[in-house]
Design a protein around this ligand. Structure first.
Ligand SMILES: C[S@@+](CC[C@H](N)C(=O)[O-])C[C@H]1O[C@@H](n2cnc3c(N)ncnc32)[C@H](O)[C@@H]1O
Length: 180
């Protein structure tokens, strides 16, 4: 989020067709819940287009990138690395240390798709489980970002939006952003 060290999310692996929705949702969840940037594998161009379209319509700042070198992003990351995995340390046991590190340093959050190689576990500063039960990268990312930002992401403001949703008890209301 603005005025804080960067939080980027790396989607490690993408199977075109099978993972299209999931990869898109990793990007949308990263954006909605306070990350600054998502990096997709270079075969996920369709997900990039969808996330860029949503950012154009509902605001940013938020950046989407493709990379040919997933391992290179991890190896060259200048900051701390959190890898989300059901085999990791319990999020409730390590979240305070990660928040403390994020006060000074950027964080790269790695989420997998298909099998994640051991190199990623090894390079990570923390392997973190959001429960030690199998579920989804989208759910794990959402809970982790909320713990990292301690709920502050829910109040963030959006810039350069075309549309704004007006919260309502019942019904749907979307207005041009400058009519807010
Ligand atoms: C459907 S899982 C597949 C995991 C795969 N079997 C493996 O060996 O990594 C896809 C991704 O969801 C995330 N994930 C699943 N369960 C999780 C949990 N309990 N805590 C944190 N992340 C989780 C991880 O990032 C994982 O790479």
């Amino acid at each position: 989020m603005q005025d804080e060290p960067e939080v980027a999310v790396l989607r490690y692996g993408h199977r075109p067709g099978r993972d299209d929705r999931m990869t898109t949702h990793v990007g949308l969840t990263a954006r909605a819940l306070g990350a600054d940037r998502v990096i997709f594998p270079d075969n996920a161009g369709q997900s990039l287009e969808t996330v860029e379209d949503i950012t154009g319509r509902f605001g940013g700042p938020f950046t989407v990138e493709l990379t040919e070198a997933l391992n290179g992003v991890i190896r060259n990351w200048d900051g701390k690395i959190v890898h989300l995995t059901m085999y990791g340390e319990r999020v409730q046991d390590v979240e305070a240390d990660i928040r403390e590190a994020h006060a000074d340093e950027p964080i790269l959050v790695v989420v997998g798709g298909e099998k994640v190689p051991f190199e990623v576990y090894d390079e990570a500063d923390w392997n973190v489980g959001v429960t030690n039960q199998p579920h989804s990268e989208v759910a794990g990312l959402a809970v982790f970002l909320d713990r990292l930002f301690d709920g502050r992401e829910l109040d963030r403001e959006w810039k350069d939006a075309e549309n704004t949703v007006v919260p309502m008890e019942t019904g749907k209301k979307v207005v041009p952003a400058d009519e807010e």
